[in-house]
Design a protein around this ligand. Structure first.
Ligand code: DON
Length: 585
């Protein structure tokens, strides 16, 4: 039963229009939507399209349009994904990137699944204690805002590797739109113009960054003004002409190393030349008869999503109901256990023996849920709630082509606008991904996550991620492509989209736009989006859950731009919490 709160009348009109005028997923509750009358949402920004052939849902309408144009021009889902990612580096600079890293999960029409890991790596001169002061205390400023905060970027190598292996269009074709938008500019959307202003305190001190995000006279860009990035266009052109040599050696590499020298960073020419993306065995699980494929370590996302679903499978969430205290209690308790496992067992598998078989086994999951009862358990230490300290961004997009090839893609420079440092002359921002390492055992990073040896800093190692690009399928009849930004909340956002579809029978749009909640073991608190009823939160309180925080209306969890193909009909939704775009044909 759909029990969404606070929808707007506009959205109602759109929903009813869609259920009555388009072919939608078989599980859309047409009669319920109509019978319930006024169903409203607090989210109105994103959009949903229902199409027959191919679609992209991303955080930027221009990027989604470019991805779809690639498929119309004969490209497949990977050409579209690579095109979308390059455009996001231009149109969504807080998270789209050349200077960061990401993960892609690809499912072919034959059902074969591949994953590409182009996560950043610690530079060779990185040391375990590089973010600690003389007293041994973690220095957040150094881990998040300095030249030391950047790992060796992996995005360009990953995108090119994806394109080389699966793409059918020429390389120049998948980069051309990004070059054009950077060179000729695009009308700056109001939300991005606002972001530039809100990052003013950071940007104003850094010459190279100021030159990109302010007008020549030093004033702020206004919404609707043309935003051009000529240095970024030149970097993209070098990549288009020379492939990885256009980034990892030659002029771009020299500009990165010069930037490091200016700010005391560690990335060397050798670090860049040595960078390689990795093709990794996907994580696979089964949930109520569906196949779940997701990202393996160095992401914790795939392991945790399967571990969480394994813990939830014995319970009838559908019967317990959507956003009821008993069903949310089970999800929170499973999350408590999964994130505790994350802190101890997960890290870069090239450096640390991650006990994958155990963590993914249903037997282990059953053991973990043995002590879940009617009342909340504790996370040992009760700490203050982790309300985000700053706007932070990653970005996820989903693609499907006319043959049913699917791509789930999540990319990041970690914090919004990464380290805030633009490489002088190259026009792109460097990541601050080094903060995803456990800088000091037991000390939380910017997402309140803790870790230990498994995720300690070592030269060449990849920092543990929560990014969870995921494809859930049942043959070719049902293909759900999802994932999200949101640091530690990525995994619980992805979980909720999957559970909303599989257990609660929601269609894509409702599954994405339904209010979310989040728990991560430590701190021992649960965050709820404003759309979740206070009555349910009170019931969870009575069950013994502690530190329950209802977020203010404008604070949202995740941005799950997702696609569901169900029996020949594709529904693509860009998350209503943000100003993205879903496009298809
Ligand atoms: O890889 C990770 O888990 C983080 N660097 C992701 C950061 C993030 O999602 C910030 N965004 N909202």
């Amino acid at each position: 039963m759909i029990r969404l709160q606070n929808r707007t009348i506009g959205f109602l009109a759109r929903s009813i229009f869609e259920v009555t005028h388009s072919r939608t997923t078989g599980r859309r509750f047409i009669s319920l939507v109509l019978a319930f009358g006024v169903i409203t949402t607090m989210f109105t920004l994103g959009n949903t399209v229902v199409v027959e052939n191919a679609a992209v849902a991303s955080r930027s309408m221009l990027a989604s349009e470019a991805g779809v144009a690639a498929m119309r021009a004969g490209g497949n889902a990977v050409d579209a994904a690579v095109t979308t990612a390059f455009v996001l580096a231009v149109t969504y600079p807080s998270a789209g990137n050349l200077g960061g890293g990401g993960f892609a999960v690809i499912r072919t029409p034959e059902g074969d699944v591949f994953t590409n890991d182009h996560r950043e790596r610690a530079p060779n001169n990185a040391t375990e204690d590089m973010f600690l002061d003389e007293a041994g205390e973690y220095v957040a400023e150094r881990a998040l805002r300095s030249h030391l905060s950047s790992g060796v970027p992996g995005s360009v190598a990953g995108l090119l590797a994806l394109h080389e292996r699966f793409g059918v269009l020429p390389r120049e074709a998948v980069i051309a739109r990004a070059i054009e938008l950077a060179r000729d500019g695009f009308e700056l959307p109001a939300d991005i113009a606002r972001q530039f202003v809100s990052h003013h305190e950071r940007f104003k001190h850094i010459d190279s960054t100021r030159r990109v995000f302010y007008k020549a006279d030093g004033s702020f860009y206004q919404a609707g003004e043309l935003f051009k990035q000529p240095d970024l266009a030149a970097t993209l052109s070098r990549v288009s002409e020379k492939g990885r040599d256009g980034f990892y050696t030659g002029e771009t590499a020299e500009l990165i190393v010069a930037e490091m020298a200016r700010g005391g960073g560690l990335i060397s020419k050798k670090d860049l030349a040595d960078y390689e993306p990795a093709w990794r065995e996907p994580i696979h699980g089964r949930y109520r008869g569906f196949d779940v494929h997701s990202m393996p370590p160095p992401s914790s996302g795939g392991v945790l999503i399967v571990h969480l679903l394994n813990m939830l499978e014995p319970f009838d969430l559908s019967e317990l109901g959507f956003h009821t205290a008993p069903s949310m209690h089970l999800m929170i308790e499973s999350e408590r256990r999964a994130y505790a496992d994350r802190a101890v067992h997960l890290g870069d598998p090239d450096f640390y023996p991650v006990p994958l078989d155990t963590l993914l086994s249903k037997r282990y999951a059953l053991r973990r849920i043995e002590d879940i009862g009617a009342r909340a358990t504790t996370s040992d230490d009760v700490e203050a709630g982790a309300v985000p300290r700053e706007p932070f961004e990653t970005t996820h997009f989903s693609v499907i082509d006319a043959d049913g090839m699917a791509v789930a893609f999540t990319t990041t420079i970690n914090g919004g606008y990464g380290s805030g440092i633009v490489v002088e002359g190259a026009g792109f921002l460097l990541n601050n991904e080094m903060d995803d390492f456990s800088a000091k055992p037991g000390t939380p990073n910017m997402f309140g996550l803790i870790g230990g040896e498994a995720n300690a800093i070592e030269p060449g190692k990849r920092m543990l991620s929560s990014m969870t690009p995921t494809i859930v399928s049942k043959g070719n009849d049902f293909i759900l492509i999802t994932g999200s930004p949101g640091g530690s909340t990525i995994i619980t956002t992805t979980l909720q989209v999957i559970v909303n579809v599989i257990d609660h029978g929601f269609d894509m749009e409702d599954a994405v736009n339904a209010p979310r909640f989040h728990h991560q073991w430590r701190p021992n608190s649960v965050r709820f989006e404003a759309g979740i009823k206070q009555k349910v939160i009170d019931e969870l309180d009575a069950m013994g859950h502690v530190n329950l925080y209802r977020l203010p209306e404008q604070a949202v969890i995740g941005d799950a731009n997702s696609i569901l193909k169900y029996r020949g009909s594709i529904t693509a939704t860009s998350d209503g919490r943000n100003n993205g775009g879903a496009v298809g044909f």
